[in-house]
Design a binder for this molecule. Sequence first.
Ligand SMILES: [Ca+2]
Length: 275
Amino acid sequence: MKNLFCRVRRRDGLLHLALLVLAAAFSLAHRSLACAAEEGAAGPAVPVSGYEVVASFAHDPQAFTQGLCFDQGLLYEGTGLYGQSTLRRMTIDGRDLEVRTLPAYLFGEGVTVFGDRVIQLTWHSRTGLVWDREKLQFAGSFPYATEGWGITHDGASLIMSDGSAILAFLDPETYARQRTVVVTEAGQQITRLNELEYIKGEIWANIWKEDRIARINPATGQVTGWVDLAGLAAQYAPADEDSVLNGIAYDRDKDRIYVTGKRWSRIFAIRVIKK
Ligand SMILES: [Ca+2]
């Protein structure tokens, strides 16, 4: 009787062990299926980088920065607000400042230098301004069908944002719209794309009212990374809600990235680092 009892106990033990192994295997399979489903829906996580300040320079704390770019050793800046909008050009340390004032009915936005032209968007007027680069003289205008926020170019097309998740590619000669991409991260649209800069095959866009820059694949619109600039606005911008990050410029010759914001007291050369 005792032996029989032992055999039963032993058989129960083996059965219990087998059930445990089965349960563990099921749990693992279930978990990997769940992960696969999650990755399928959301995709792998987009990396978030930090930054290191390499150098910093004085920035006009009255400048309501709406556009920033760098060309042949000079910084170009477009500022906004009705009655205060300008196009200005200077060295990175503020020397040789030249300023052009926009008519009071125009609210200046993004700027980019394309060949011998400086192109500046306006916010609600659906009008792009064309300036002669050498003399910084007004040379004409062109229409577009949306609001104007940021502008950059990839050498072949002008690329503009309008505050939505859409980037429009324009023919740089006719200013006609060639194509658009919708900017997404893991299938979700990223809206409020603002100041733009084309950097080594990527479009960088700062997001209005956020401390971060999206790195965008120009072919697909997919966000491939983020640069988190937390800390700069808190230290160098006035405390009002409008004085946000809004300027990215790239010096191709020195492979240097500059950032600033509306009414910030400094402009920064940054290096992207692992967070
Ligand atoms: Ca820019």
